[in-house]
Design a protein around this ligand. Structure first.
Ligand SMILES: Cc1cc2nc3c(=O)[nH]c(=O)nc-3n(C[C@H](O)[C@H](O)[C@H](O)COP(=O)(O)OP(=O)(O)OC[C@H]3O[C@@H](n4cnc5c(N)ncnc54)[C@H](O)[C@@H]3O)c2cc1C
Length: 260
């Protein structure tokens, strides 16, 4: 079985998102990490490797620095890493990103493609399903559990207060939730090997069956007009009253503000 996991290097948003004055993300002010959903997807692939001896390839599109997440994935146990990087691919929206990744995937053999459900920076959750459309293969999104039986994948798909169990014949694409599993740590031996491992680097000329008009900023139908941090709430108010007085106080506030 051959599995390709698409992983994105994203800014760690735990400490808050920082923006440049022009509204673009200030990536240099934040640590870069492997997108959490993608890490769970990678762990799912590695478990299939443990179980069935699957070959796991990790693929990322980004700046040359994105090679870091590929090495991290190799240190966790992935077999091959592919970095898709080229100036003409910069500024891509989800459409151009998925076109690029599909163009790269057309060079590979795969039974299963795993992406994260969504990236914590762009947050659109569009890229996985779009890739499946471009490659004309089925997609199952929001996987909270995944197993392989014969030539099919069986996925528990999260759905509000319940889950659906769906089965798809491979080749297919699954989008993974971070809740899917607890990703393993890199091993010390894995880190040494990953440091020396060869990463395959592809550029525009290596993408198969993709028009220039679908790539990079020029091929992106959407552009971010403005992005900003959430407006912070005011500091609130602390009062020390007994319970009965508190109720009167709160009711009075709600009436004054026309909430009730
Ligand atoms: C704040 C902000 C808002 C944005 N809003 C929009 C918008 O509204 N519309 C729009 O078209 N674009 C938007 N973008 C751009 C968009 O984030 C990029 O095009 C991005 O590369 C793909 O979209 P995503 O991050 O939302 O991916 P998602 O669709 O959320 O990612 C799903 C999965 O696809 C895979 N994947 C995504 N990108 C890559 C990659 N580069 N390499 C490997 N795997 C990948 C990963 O497995 C990931 O978990 C926005 C970007 C930012 C920073």
């Amino acid at each position: 079985m051959k599995i390709v996991v698409c992983i994105k290097q994203v800014p760690d948003t735990k400490g808050g998102v920082k923006f440049n004055p022009d509204g673009t993300l200030d990536r240099s002010a934040m640590m870069a990490i492997m997108n959490p959903d993608d890490k769970a997807g990678l762990e799912a692939a590695l478990r299939l490797k443990d179980q069935y001896g699957a070959e796991v390839t990790v693929l990322t599109m980004g700046l040359p620095k994105a090679e870091e997440v590929l090495r991290e994935a190799l240190a966790m146990g992935a077999d091959k890493g592919i970095l898709v990087t080229d100036r003409v691919l910069g500024g891509a929206d989800t459409w151009a990103t998925s076109q690029t990744i599909a163009g790269a995937l057309r060079n590979l053999e795969y039974d299963l493609i795993i992406t994260g459900r969504q990236a914590i920076d762009g947050d659109t959750a569009q890229v996985g399903p779009q890739i499946s459309e471009h490659l004309d293969i089925p997609v199952i999104s929001y996987a909270q559990n995944l197993k392989v039986e014969g030539d099919s994948v069986i996925v528990e798909r999260q759905y509000d207060d319940r889950y659906h169990v769906l089965k798809a014949k491979m080749p297919c694409l699954v989008t993974a939730l971070a809740e899917l599993n607890e990703p393993r740590y890199m091993t010390p031996g894995g880190i040494f090997d990953a440091y020396d491992a060869e990463i395959t680097v592809w550029g525009r000329k290596d993408l198969k069956d993709v028009e220039d008009s679908n790539l990079g900023l020029k091929g992106s139908p959407t552009q971010i007009a403005k992005a900003s941090d959430k407006v912070r709430k005011g500091a609130g108010e602390k009062v020390a009253l007994d319970p009965a007085e508190s109720v009167d106080y709160i009711m009075d506030k709600l009436l004054t503000k026309h909430v009730i």
